[in-house]
Ligand binder design. Structure first.
Ligand code: ZN
Ligand code: ZN
Length: 348
């Protein structure tokens, strides 16, 4: 089969690899029909994730058709259309029993990280019963690719951890796919105002269409001054960090209102300055989380019932075999006006 293989920082190729085989009774082999590229894959390509070794097939998102199942897989059979979760969970360890699948002792985020991933014609999914989801008949597969990672990530790490309530003022720093996923799912809780902050005008325009009441371009405007002005100097009740660099995290520290919450989603590669000299007395909370994907079944229903339009996050389409070109487009997101790219596997 063909697959996108990582060969060290800034080196990747679309090449022939052996088709995966069942290794455990709980495994399934899935033929990928659609997959995508994540901001995390770009971090890996830069060399920010050193556990990813030469020869690894990347990708942790996608949908496909079950090709083969181990004897212990009871919920899925050959031919079933499935959604692949970016988090693999054994369902049996202590963390899984607490619903913290991201820290599963036998799984967690392993796809395209510690084991071969989904940017390939076939993928092996460990603990298939607890790591795959049935795709209901008549579903739009493309929309469901957004459920592998970005929608649950924006929702769980941003919205749930931020404890958004009706009437809140929410500020989201970063209008990339993850920030937009938080914007879409924040609206479940009818906050009074959602402010989107990003230096890219195109992304801010998209955010407006997706429900942001106010957008601030922090390249040309002072975001802190602007947020203070519209919140009567209080700040935002919930501030969501959806970038992952020191400057944006620090911005969140200045934006949060007394009693508020900073919910971090960003993947940070550098340490950030924590301004406890001002925050110590402001009754704030700060949260971090790796997505657990515990809300995937709920989000699947919201997409099915069209309460959530996940497809609006997709801007580009490619054949899976054109994945190198897709990486180039996604890696130059501002120039290409790219959010999520969907890759379709035509080979059978
Ligand atoms: Zn991802
Ligand atoms: Zn587990």
């Amino acid at each position: 089969m063909k697959a996108l293989v990582f060969h060290g920082p800034n080196k990747k190729s679309w090449e022939e690899k052996p088709k995966p085989v069942l290794q455990q009774a709980t495994d399934a082999i899935v033929r990928i029909t659609k997959t995508t590229i994540c901001g995390t894959d770009l971090h890996i390509m830069k060399g920010d994730v050193p556990e990813v070794t030469d020869g690894r097939i990347l990708g942790h998102e996608g949908v496909g058709i079950v090709e083969e199942t181990g004897v212990a897989v009871l919920n899925f059979k050959k031919g079933d259309p499935v959604l692949i979760s970016c988090i693999t969970s054994c369902g049996k360890c202590e963390y899984c029993k607490r619903g913290m699948y991201s820290h599963c002792e036998n799984g967690g985020w392993i796809l395209g990280h510690l084991i071969d991933g989904t940017q390939a014609e076939y993928v092996r999914i460990p603990f298939a019963d607890t790591s795959l989801y049935h795709i209901p008949e008549g579903s739009d597969e493309e929309a469901l690719v957004m459920l592998s990672d970005i929608l649950p990530t924006g929702f769980e790490c941003g919205v749930l951890n931020g404890k958004i309530k009706p009437g809140d003022t929410v500020a989201i720093v970063g209008a990339g796919p993850i920030g937009l996923a938080a914007l879409i799912t924040a609206q479940f809780y009818t906050p009074a105002e959602i402010i989107m902050i990003d230096p890219d005008e195109n992304r801010l325009a998209v955010a407006k269409k997706m429900g942001a009441g106010l957008t601030i371009n922090n390249r040309s405007e002072d975001a802190v001054a602007r947020v203070m002005e519209i919140t009567f100097k209080r700040g935002a009740d919930v501030v969501i960090e959806a970038v992952g660099i020191p400057a944006t995290f620090e911005l969140c520290e200045y934006l949060v209102a007394p009693g508020g919450t900073i919910a971090n989603i960003g993947v940070h590669g550098k340490s950030v300055e924590l301004h406890l000299e001002t925050l110590w007395a402001r009754n704030i909370s700060m949260t971090t989380r790796l997505v657990d994907t515990v809300t995937t079944p709920m989000l699947l229903k919201m997409v099915q019932s069209k309460k959530v339009n996940a497809k609006q996050l997709i801007t580009h389409h490619f054949q899976l075999s054109d994945i190198i070109k897709a990486y180039d487009t996604f890696g130059n997101a501002a120039r290409e006006k790219a959010l999520k790219v969907v890759l379709t596997n035509q080979a059978s």
